[in-house]
Design a protein around this ligand. Sequence first.
Ligand code: HEM
Length: 480
Amino acid sequence: LWGLLTRSRKSNVPVMGTNFLFGYVMAFKMFTQYRETLLEGYRKFNKHAFQIPGLKGWEVFVSRELYDDLRKSRDDTLSMMEEVNDLVALEYTIGPVTINPWHNAAVRKQLTQNLGNKFPEVYDEISTAFEDELQLPANGDWKPVHAHDLIIHIVCRASQRMFVGLPLCRDPEYTRISRDFSGTVITGGFLINLFPTFLKPLVGRYISAAPKAIRGVEKYLVPMIEERWAQERELGDAWNEKKPADLMQWIMDLAPEGEHDAKDITARILGVNFASTHTTTLSFTHVLYWLAARPEFLPVLREEVEAAVAEHGWTKAGLNAMLRVDSYIKECLRVSSIGATAMGRKAMRDVTLSDGTFVPKGAKVMLNLYGVHHDPELFPRPDEFDPWRYSRRVEAGESEAGNALATASSDFLFWGGGTHVCAGRYFAAQEMKTMLAVIVTEYDVKFEGLEPGVRPKDTWFAFSCVPDMKVRVLFRRRQT
Ligand code: HEM
């Protein structure tokens, strides 16, 4: 009843599906028919906006023509955080740091600027982690692996090397909590959102598993942060020469006067952990599945990686020279994006977009990523996996930056856009390129029990696309 009373008003754009039973029938149908409905709406309304009743109110889906409207919008008009909280109630799990996330600037600026300096460490962590986690037999036999499990270990170690450095990035208990953290927060958030607002703080504190996970991480990070502050006080300016270069330090350096609180800094690191682990892991699992399913592209990737490494070594310059690796991953993520929408925003007041689309207060607006990424005018034969789609464009004279994996644009909506565009996209692209380059140089891969050319079916649940978790990927040390 409360849901019904607080539902937003309708937009002025056409409705997809039925409004039967206040839209709840359609809202439930979307759990299983999301991407099909988005694609149908994209074609039916010729790329113009349409709306679908959601569980909490009307949801307006727009196309890339309105990318700039969303990109330029401000949080007091179209809010990203309100939309995220409606989904996963971060304010009650990760806590108050999500209200003023000034630490995101450290990801956007210092972390991104240090990608070159830190590359040897990230490469070391990724290549060592593959060896440690795979434990391949010495006789060259194939070993079956659950890919998502493997990749989350690698991603977590690589990102923790960047966030807190050695030796903590390899600590079994610390990395276990970090790996599980996104899942803990998402499950907790869904649970909290089942309750009315006045009960949410209690559910967040006493029923969700997030506080325990946060305490588990505080045990490691709080003493480290306090020790660094103690050294800073003791050494004065000399500390600048000595201090570690990692995300923890960059966040500490940005902490405003009066916010020198080790638990607060820990929560901020966990906020970045939440944004980075699950997203990179799921995305790269899709990439690995394409690699295992389509062996015909492997020799081209190998040749490019070997040439780049021969010329530049394992460096950021080497990685930058891997145009096809970049294109390959971007195409994997175009066809197998982890979500069907982008830039979800909740209207904080009535808004009219530049094409006249009206988004009433309380309604959601988002980009129809699935429709755009499968638009034949942008991507000829959109259902075909064509890994050199982007590198061919560069070879034909188009800009390299415009076609790069890490570039957010109105035809590659994967990173969102505007003020909230993924702050870690350059790091995420670097991690994924390094993982792919390491795999193709060191290992052979294929699916267990599947013919070449067959990729296991993804599972779609509402807007999210999860790779098959049961199938196993076979790894062996490279033979050719
Ligand atoms: C493949 C992996 C990743 C994907 C698909 C991804 C995607 C996204 C998306 C879609 C957004 C919201 C953009 C918007 O609504 O406009 C976002 C925000 C964000 N991402 Fe990522 N991300 C990834 C990896 C990372 C990594 C590795 C980090 C950190 C090192 C990171 C840090 C952030 C932060 C801090 C934000 C919030 C930015 C803000 O609100 O100002 N992400 N990401």
